[in-house]
Design a protein. Sequence first.
Length: 458
Amino acid sequence: MKYYQSMIETVGNTPMVKLNSVSRGIKGTILAKVEYFNPGNSMKDRMAIKMIEDAEARGDLRPGGTIVEGTSGNTGMGLALAAIAKGYRCVFTLADKQSREKIDILRAVGAEVIVCPTAVPPEDPRSYYSVAQRLTEEIENSYYPNQYDNLSNTVAHYETTGPEIWRDTDGKITHYVAGVGTGGSMCGVAQYLKERNPDVVTIGIDTYGSVFKKYKETGVFDEKEIYPYLTEGIGEDILPKNVDFSLIDHFVKVTDKDAAIMTRRLSREEGMFVGWSCGSAVWGALEWARGRLGEDDVMVVILPDHGTRYLAKVYNDDWMKDHGFLEEREFSSAATIISKQSGEDALTTIGREATVAEALSLMTTADISQLPVTDGREFVGSLSDTRLLANLIDDPSIRDKSVHEIMEPPFQFVPVDTTLDVLSSMINRDCQAVMVRDEQGLPRIITQHDLLESIAAA
């Protein structure tokens, strides 16, 4: 008889399948490594089991213990499978942008799930990172795997995923593409492949609202790059230790919309019922491959998880329409909002050396509540009527001061296809406007008033 002792023994050796339809017109061979064949339906099973086994070997996780982790859902599923096989309790924290299906699946396999707000910085005590760390301190005999900084994550893919890809391509792989979230699958595989062939090109897929691409290209951790986005499982507002930028040759950023549309295409045209970040990976891979791949090149793209996690999102027509991803609803994105602005709505700015009195007069005359501050062609700050009024009440003498002495940070620039719900989460009491560039590259501003008009007209 041939059988396994538990489900965790079935992890790995997932198939690679050639992309035929979505890659039409692109030279070379593009293969998808379909990771939903793992028992937990995602590649995270690999590193979840590795982290637990390494913790057991070190004595960090003892019999009857509790596993506490912050997860986007898939790592939690892998950890839950390991917990079932080994007799542990699981408590997981998730950000509230994660799909309902992920929460329900985790609870179905016996995990306790705590949902935390997305739109808070990592160090905020309410973030899913902070809550997981706090619970680890409060729960006796608990272990916090910390998939972001636990290098067992990378080792799992170095020991399994990388060798499988090398074996199944007969060593002919020339390009490797993966979404970058914790960094384990990207960097573990990249390290293995580059040790065997240093010429293998590695391409990381990032999302708008994440810091990775700019950090790779400039070495600057730019907080202005950080804002809420919808795609789950890739991108970060931190720099995980598992992300080794020296192993990633290039980054490609992919919008929520492009990722969602490609995800549905993979299901419909390739028969691959995959998750949202899989669409990100393939869209970014094809974007990079056009005009670059030769006939003999072999590109492998990791598809991390299964479509069952996203039935109420990218596979739901109403949800797609509501977010402007099917182009059937007005004011669904920044592009449609600024397209409705008239010529009178051209951006009004003020120089940093102008006086506060001049700024106040300009805002009153133009009937605007938010005013970007410039220094030449650069946006260096901002003014808002509510804070300006509060400052004037506290100290009327500031009327004679220069704008740069009291200005706030500049408004963030966002991609033109940023959706209405993301804009709504960004524009709040602390951030009263965002900026976007139109088709001509000219800067425009989107305020809370613009959002209210959009919602009313929808």
